[in-house]
Design a protein. Sequence first.
Length: 143
Amino acid sequence: MEVLELQDLKVNVRLVLSALWTTVMFCYIYGDYFELYVPKKVQGLLNGQNLLNSPIKLFVISLMLAIPALMISLSLLLKPRFCRWLNICVGLFFTLFTLLVGITSVSAWTMFYVFLSFLESVLTAIIVWRAWTWRKIKIFPFS
């Protein structure tokens, strides 16, 4: 009887980073969507009693959340050296930021948010690790 194994190809680090940023973005979107189910949240949105109650705050948060969305594409398009350092720096920032958000959001109704914040922090920490351990190759200048 012949035993067959499934072929397993090594996935390029750029694709891994892009996929991880995509997963992080889905967690952000789901967290914000599920937050609408927290009692009185929609009322606060309608009457302006929420964290994003000014045009400047809304712009700053939009700008901040545009960064991980852009990282999905930038991880595939930038030169390797710049891509590596950008993933390390942005990944570190978002790891610490989402940990802080998770720690400060603990309540019975927001446990989903704490869970997603922890998961996002783990994912962005993996991004940092994968970018940090990005394999280098020797380039011979006269070959």
